[in-house]
Design a protein around this ligand. Structure first.
Ligand code: HEC
Length: 133
């Protein structure tokens, strides 16, 4: 008789404990940090400088000249040395795809990926409509 009572109470206790876990977990979810507010531009500005309007002539072309044109000049199959040719590869998705080295495209440069801010500069330029500015 006493043993039965003990087990009955134990089940009550276990149920109460489960409820407690459930409630405390729900409570924890409420305490998770909120996502960083502001749009993606705000985040980019703080990490890599002002990327609000990326310039082809002062930012993109110098990067491409320095990092890509040794293998992609006017004499090669994939030409990246001037604006109209670079835009072809930006439009196809190959330009940003190869910088990210995600497996769908060859990793470029083949010797190792550019630093993350340089990739962001190029990706922002593409996102902003590949301005010839
Ligand atoms: C050391 C030489 C070398 C450098 C530097 C280099 N590439 Fe390449 N790239 C190649 C070779 C080789 C291929 C293979 C295709 C081809 O050229 O025929 C290629 C292919 C590509 C392709 C096509 C990739 C695909 O999978 O469709 C793109 C786009 C490209 N390169 C962009 C770049 C960019 C942008 C840079 C600079 C950040 C760069 N490359 C730097 C040698 C190079």
């Amino acid at each position: 008789m006493e043993l039965k009572y003990f087990y009955k109470n134990r089940i009550h206790f276990q149920l109460a404990f489960l409820m407690f876990l459930f409630v405390s977990c729900k409570h924890d979810i409420g305490k998770l940090p909120k996502p960083i507010s502001g749009n993606s531009n705000t985040v980019v500005i703080s990490e890599c400088g002002d990327l609000s309007v990326v310039s082809y002539s002062t930012q993109i072309q110098p990067i491409i000249n320095l990092k890509c044109v040794s293998c992609h000049d006017a004499s090669t199959g994939i030409k990246l040395y001037n604006y109209p040719n670079l835009v072809l590869y930006a439009n196809s998705g190959q330009l940003v795809g190869c910088l990210n080295g995600n497996g769908s495209y060859l990793q470029m440069p083949p010797t190792g990926s550019l630093d993350s801010c340089t990739i962001k500069i190029i990706a922002s330029w593409v996102q902003q409509g590949k301005l010839n500015n």
